[in-house]
Design a protein around this ligand. Structure first.
Ligand code: HEM
Length: 235
């Protein structure tokens, strides 16, 4: 049996062996996240297939070169709107705070898992916030440059020179977003118990206490009115 932090009323019997679980993401947020993740993976594969002749064989996954060329921009449109959904859900919880500078300055302790030397973290740590804002910026750059080079519909609106610059910007942003995505996935796997947040929507009380203590405290004790740290139960 599991015990959600929200299900426990004063006086309820909570057995020492029962793991306490904390809600972190709603079903809607998780569906939104996995649509975004799938879109990015498909975009990366189809984009790389079009990027270099050696990777052209990947177009077979999308029904050949012509189909890949036609599908890739539409997946980009799905990614953009899907990420917009994530952005609207999470931007507030990713606002930069003074303690984030301290967290970043102590990156050695972060990598050494010496969390007792770090300031208490809200819903997201500084690393997650950097990833969030980098993804937000890069996805805007990708959709803008992508539309400019979407010849099927927009070729009349750009000159050849503008088109060339847009291709370069699009490629650089794509490579960077893939790197940021690798960091995101690596961190999610590295910090044990994090994947469950996005699959089951829940984390253990121990995970929350260890990695996001300020968030947990705000959930349990309530948030001071003057603070807007975005600590919502499960967004
Ligand atoms: C496909 C592999 C992916 C995996 C395994 C993965 C895993 C996760 C996990 C476990 C979390 C929860 C972290 C926590 O609550 O502390 C999370 C959060 C999040 N993920 Fe992913 N993710 C993937 C792809 C993506 C992609 C492609 C994007 C966007 C382009 C993305 C955007 C986000 C955002 C915005 C959050 C909320 C964290 C924040 O706002 O800082 N994820 N992801």
């Amino acid at each position: 049996m599991t015990t959600s932090a929200y299900d426990v009323e004063p006086g309820d019997a909570v057995h020492p062996g029962d793991p306490v679980v904390v809600d972190r993401y709603t079903t809607g947020a998780r569906i939104n996240h996995w649509i975004t993740a799938t879109s990015l993976v498909l975009l990366a594969i189809s984009g790389l297939a079009l990027f270099h002749p050696k990777l052209f064989f990947l177009t077979a996954l999308f029904g050949g070169g012509q189909n890949t060329r036609a599908i890739h921009p539409w997946i980009g449109v799905i990614l953009f709107f899907s990420f917009l959904g994530l952005f609207l859900r999470f931007w507030r919880a990713n606002l930069w705070e003074h303690t984030d500078n301290v967290w970043l300055a102590r990156l050695r302790d972060v990598l050494g898992a010496r969390e007792d030397r770090l300031p208490e973290v809200g819903k997201y740590n500084a690393g997650q916030k950097v990833v969030f804002w980098s993804m937000s910026l890069l996805i805007v750059v990708l959709i803008t440059s992508g539309v400019l080079i979407w010849d099927q519909y927009f070729s009349d609106y750009t000159t050849v020179e503008q088109n060339r610059v847009a291709v370069l910007v699009h490629s650089l942003a794509a490579v960077t977003v893939i790197c940021v995505w690798i960091v995101h996935v690596y961190a999610a796997i590295w910090v044990r118990g994090t994947i469950g947040a996005m699959t089951r929507g829940q984390v253990t009380g121990g995970w929350a206490w260890r990695h996001h203590r300020k968030w947990l405290k705000e959930l349990v004790l309530g948030r001071p009115k003057d603070q807007k740290t975005g600590a919502t139960p499960a967004e």
